[in-house]
Design a protein around this ligand. Structure first.
Ligand code: ATP
Ligand code: MG
Length: 183
């Protein structure tokens, strides 16, 4: 699967509907300080299942909703959709009949957030596993936040092992085994 497009509606500073086409070979996003580069990366992490608002530079998950600026009123919802190209048919079996996958996460003020995969309700865990199986996701080593490099270098062996497992695309298996053992 390949990231194709990211669509933001009312997420952080992206109050106007915004679509980013993610073309092959994209190597950088440039722009002046405060223009929304980090917000963009956070939107990508959020739609892939980030559960910690602290990792979103927020003091509560509702902080990802546009809070108003320059005379524009705040919003009550935010929505991010990630479109995935599945031409290579590597999506999980449940979705593999489709050429494109659309993963959407929507949050409403004081009401929490919900996910959909191709228009159908999904659990956070379904979304997290979908990306973990592709060796990516909100916490994966493919998304290294500012200031995390030092953390990776100083990590204890256990944490470093978790990192290698994520890179190898097997962290989803651990999560499934944990569930199976609980049953
Ligand atoms: P830098 O180059 O300094 O790293 P950046 O391009 O990464 O900048 P961001 O951190 O993505 O910039 O964007 C910061 C801007 O987003 C600030 O102006 C901040 O006010 C705005 N912002 C963050 N959260 C919200 C929100 N919930 N509602 C409205 N604006 C927000
Ligand atoms: Mg930044």
């Amino acid at each position: 699967m390949r990231f194709e497009k990211l669509r933001l509606l009312g997420f952080k500073s992206f109050v106007e509907p915004t679509e980013f086409i993610i073309e092959g070979g994209l190597t950088g996003v440039v722009g002046p300080n405060g223009c929304g580069k980090s917000n963009l990366v956070e939107a990508l992490r959020w739609v892939m299942g980030e559960s910690s608002y602290k990792n979103m530079r927020a003091s509560g998950m509702d902080d990802v909703i546009f809070s108003g600026s320059g005379g524009r009123p705040s919003r009550n919802t935010a929505e991010v959709s990630l479109f995935l190209d599945n031409a290579d048919r590597t999506a999980p079996a449940a979705f593999n009949q489709d050429d494109t996958l659309q993963v959407t996460r929507r949050i409403e003020r004081e009401a929490g957030s919900a996910y959909k995969i191709n228009g159908r309700d999904a659990r956070a865990k379904d979304v997290q596993l979908l990306f973990a199986d592709q060796s990516t996701g909100a916490r994966s080593p493919s998304m290294v936040g500012q200031g995390r490099i030092g953390e990776l270098i100083q990590a204890k062996p256990q944490a470093r092992r978790a990192l290698l497992e994520e890179a190898a695309g097997i962290s989803g298996l651990h999560s499934r085994r944990h569930d199976a053992e609980l049953r």
